[in-house]
Each structure stands twice: as C-alpha cells, then as structure tokens.
Write a protein that binds this ligand. Structure first.
Ligand code: ADP
Length: 248
C-alpha cells in the first residue's frame, strides 16, 4: 500500500534518514520502533507529504506522491500526533468535523459520522462538546483519532499517539487501538519507542537507528534473531512484555 524507494532526508548536516526502502502492506499495522532521533517522525511526515525527501520517492497504491497529487492522497490518510494537535479554540466536535465541513458535508452526515466514531472510540458523545483544555490526555487522543478517521481514510499514521499518557490510560488506549485496528483493517503505521506497545499493536516491527532500518519482522523475530547488536541492546534496555512467547 505504501512504498518508500531509497528515500533520504537531511536537515543541514543532520542526516534524518539515510536512503531507505520500505514496503508497508495493506491492512496491516506496521510499527516504527527506535530511539529518539532515529528518523521515525521524519519517515511518517514523508509518507503524508509534510516533509519532502531530498531523494527517492513515495508510492501510495503504486502511484508516486507528487506535489500535484498530495492534497488528494492526504485525504486518504488520517494522522495523529503525540499531543493530539487539536485546535484549542474549537470544541472536540468542531475539531473532528473541520475538514468534513470544509468539504461540504451536511450537518446530518457529520453528526452521524461523529456518532459512529464516538461509539468506536468509546468516548461519551457529551465529551465532544468540550474544548480540548477540558479533556484529559486520553480523551484528547480519542478525539484526535476520531478526527483522523472522519473521512474514512485508507491509511492511518500515528506518531507516538500514547507517548504523553500515564501508564493506566495508555494501557486502556492500547487495548482500544488494537481493537479498532482489527475492526477497521486499515493500513496503519504507528511510531513508538516502547517495545511492549510495538509487540502489542504491530503485525510487523521496523527497527530504526540513525536513519537506517536495522531489522524488520515480528517482535518475536527481533528478540530471537536480532540482525544487529543494537536490536538486542534496545530490547534489553526495556522490560520485556510477558506476551512475547519466546521469552516465557
Ligand atoms: P524520531 O522521530 O525518531 O525521534 P526525527 O525524525 O524527529 O526522529 O528526527 C531525526 C533527526 O532529524 C534528529 O536528529 C532530529 O533532530 C532531526 N530533525 C528532525 N526534524 C528536523 C527539522 N525540522 N529541522 C532540523 N532537524 C530536524
């Protein structure tokens, strides 16, 4: 569904991504895992066209992403960032419906879609009347998810969506995200530096370091047969999740 072909990006002398090639399969959840600064967010921003690579190209469904096709392709992608990125002066409902309204959807259609998505994300509909400052971190991320899903995109890109949440709320949202990904069967790319989260949510894990892919596979494969000593070090540095069968 998404192909990156020798995509590279530098900021001045900082190399964010070395020429990197990656295929993201349709309907699966691919996790970008790696330490801070390894290029995860840059990779996601390149997919959605917020960052233009210095070289290489991105194909969505086999079609190259170009300046001309960008806007249309972006409507097929939902994007959630760590702090949610909601507009503070709009209610949750208006945040979620902004683009749909811009595209000329009727109020009835917007209301019906928001209703479907509040049910899916288990957010009480009254919460949608609040401003972001009156929402908890977890609620804000649910609203961001609703906004991202509003146009029923084929692709969902999530940049450390749970990074700022406390452990209990984070665990709840992990459960919900996994259920939502399974129900919707969208092509999901999610960034995290948390191994447990990667294993829990991902069909495949892509481990990055210094703008390079070190290894790609199920988390079990990374644990069992690390392709690089850094993979083992990165995994060993975090508490290992009990549900990784090879570890029990
Ligand atoms: P990650 O998401 O894995 O933490 P990023 O993709 O944000 O990594 O960053 C990769 C590298 O590129 C880092 O060294 C970061 O400082 C640098 N970088 C990212 N965005 C910019 C930018 N807009 N300007 C300058 N340097 C940047």
């Amino acid at each position: 569904m998404i192909q990156l072909e020798a995509v590279a990006k530098s900021y001045g002398k900082t190399v964010a991504l070395q020429p990197l090639t990656l295929d993201v399969p349709r309907g699966e959840t691919t996790v970008l895992l790696g330490p801070s600064g390894c290029g995860k967010s840059t990779l996601l921003r390149i997919i959605i066209g917020l960052v233009v690579p210095d070289s290489g190209r991105v194909l969505i469904d086999g079609r190259p992403l170009t300046a001309a096709s960008l806007l249309e392709e972006r409507r097929r992608m939902g994007y959630v960032i760590q702090e949610g990125g909601l507009f503070p002066h709009l209610t949750a409902y208006d945040n979620a419906s902004l683009v749909a309204r811009h595209l000329g959807w009727s109020e009835a259609k917007i209301e019906a879609r928001v209703g479907e998505l509040t049910a899916l994300t288990q957010l009480p509909s009254a919460t949608m009347e609040r401003f972001p400052s009156a929402l908890s971190g977890g609620q804000r991320q649910r609203v961001s998810l609703i906004r991202a899903l509003m146009l029923d995109p084929d692709i969902l890109l999530l940049d450390e969506p749970l990074g700022a949440l406390d452990p209990l709320i984070r665990a709840d949202l992990q459960e919900d995200l996994r259920r939502i990904f399974a129900v919707l069967r969208k092509t999901v790319v999610i960034v995290t530096h948390d191994i447990g989260e990667a294993g829990f949510l991902g069909d495949a894990v892509v481990m990055l370091r210094d703008g390079l892919i070190l290894q790609r596979g199920a988390l079990e494969e990374l644990v069992r047969a690390p392709a690089d000593p850094f993979v083992s070090r990165f995994i060993a540095a975090q508490r290992l999740p009990a549900y990784v069968p090879t570890l029990s």
